[in-house]
Design a protein around this ligand. Structure first.
Ligand code: FAD
Length: 418
């Protein structure tokens, strides 16, 4: 069969790879000229089953209210976004109930473990190099209550194969010697030895190049405007370059999926959640971290990538606005100063500031599978876990498309669950 995949981000590329591996003819279309230039471009670079829990955890509402109007808050609601996210917001809160949250966290964790295993196979088979580091990740805590919460969450995820090593500050320093400047302020840390990291954009480029050699077609600079419906099926995409026909269509347009899906009656509960990153070299004397370090108190991740430090974080509800707000970039620099002072950039240095939109579903679980129209499939809504879940989501989708018994239960990710 011939498939067109809409979107050349982590999810579109993974979907295309596994569909092609099953013998389907695949074309990928994207409005950008190359692969991985949307939200997949400069993320925190972590593959973390250890962070599988959705962000709408029990108790989120009072926290968000407390953060209202604070530019340095980890989660920030901009008034302009409130109208468009009202109903999604109610459902987001509904899913923060303890039982739903646990169920959704376990669904993500299962997919994340499956995804890492799929990535290992794919990486070996195609000899992909994207600066991968397989030493785990470290979450550091400055507050006893938050540490206790972190430990209980890690123990919950341990039920689906995540291995947490609980550490005191001295133990954290042994695992990550680069923490020497912050260790005195820590109350503890959790090392997740099975997590990995690497450069997501390099991964996208390498996977796209591999697929191109295998016959997958890439059409860049193509804007998809809608679908052509013939009876109860989609027969073609309407694009800026004319209609493109295929037997099946896979929607992997990230935060833009709801707008495209609305044209064929799909109501996808996905909101864009803006995040920022900067990428800085070591400018003072110090030790290069060997693995991603997540500062729980600041909600910021710091990942060694290709000899630089990628610093990423913050969740801002601001619609589709990609403006680089100076205060948010300054927050990231401030956290670097607290944790890894050797990386504090000179005030005039270009820090590669970037913002991307995480496609966030109202339950915090991605949408993978067939839509109500027979030949339209979805692989989107992966929120803060798009890379962690990419390979597994692509593999699972290809199994559903081809009618192969899926390796994991697809029900929690079904588009029909809403
Ligand atoms: C600051 C930040 C840090 C993050 N850190 C991590 C992390 O450490 N680990 C992790 O697992 N995840 C992380 N994420 C999340 C992860 O980056 C995303 O979940 C992931 O990139 C989403 O991939 P995607 O393929 O769904 O979307 P995208 O990468 O946005 O791809 C969608 C593509 O569709 C194209 N498109 C959309 N509409 C159209 C149209 N109409 N016509 C043509 N093309 C179209 C876009 O151009 C785009 O290229 C982070 C995100 C942010 C913002």
């Amino acid at each position: 069969m011939k498939f067109i995949v809409i979107g050349a981000g982590l999810l579109g590329l993974s979907s295309a790879y596994y569909l092609s591996a099953q013998g389907h003819r695949v074309t990928i279309v994207d409005r950008h000229a190359g692969a991985g230039l949307g939200t997949s471009f400069a993320n925190a670079g972590m593959l973390t089953p250890s962070q599988a829990e959705p962000w709408n955890m029990p108790g989120i509402l009072p926290k968000v209210i407390g953060w209202l109007g604070r530019e340095d808050a980890p989660v920030l609601l901009r008034p302009a976004a409130l109208g468009s996210m009202f109903f999604w917001g109610l459902r987001f809160l509904h899913h923060s109930g303890r039982e739903r949250f646990h169920r959704n966290a376990m669904s993500n964790a299962r997919l994340a473990r499956f995804s890492l295993a799929a990535l290992h196979e794919l990486r070996q088979k195609e000899a992909l190099d994207y600066g991968q580091i397989c030493r785990g990740s470290l979450k550091i805590y400055r507050d006893r209550e938050a540490f206790a919460e972190g430990v209980s969450l890690a123990n919950l995820l341990a039920g689906s194969g995540v291995t947490p090593n609980i550490l005191d500050p001295a133990g954290a320093l042994r695992v990550e010697p680069a923490l020497q400047d912050v260790v005195a302020r820590l109350v503890g840390a959790i090392h997740f030895p099975d997590d990995e990291s690497g450069n997501a954009h390099r991964y996208c480029s390498a996977l796209a190049a591999t697929m191109s050699r295998q016959g997958v077609e890439f059409c860049g600079n193509v804007e998809v405007n809608g679908f052509v419906l013939t009876g109860s099926k989609v027969s073609a995409l309407q694009t800026g370059q004319g209609d493109m026909e295929a037997d099946g269509f896979v929607l992997c347009a990230g935060s833009h999926a709801p707008a495209l899906g609305a044209g064929i009656g799909l109501h996808l509960p996905i909101q864009p959640v803006k995040g920022y990153s900067i990428t800085v070299p070591m400018s003072g004397s110090g030790v290069m971290p060997g693995m991603p370090v997540v500062d729980d108190a600041r909600h910021v991740a710091m990942t060694p990538l290709d000899g630089l430090l990628r610093v990423a974080g913050t969740a801002e509800f601001a619609g589709f606005d990609l403006t680089l707000t100076a205060g948010r970039i300054e927050n990231l620099k401030r956290v670097v100063g607290e944790v890894f002072p050797a990386f504090v950039p000179e005030p005039t240095m270009d820090v590669g500031a970037w913002a991307g939109l995480r496609p966030y579903t109202c339950d915090g679980v991605p949408i993978i599978g067939r839509a109500h129209l027979g030949n339209v499939y979805l692989n989107t809504g992966h929120g803060h876990l798009g890379w962690t879940l990419a390979a597994g989501s692509g593999k699972l989708l290809s199994q559903l498309v081809s009618g192969i018994t899926p390796d994991i239960d697809p029900a929690p990710y079904s588009p029909l669950r809403f």
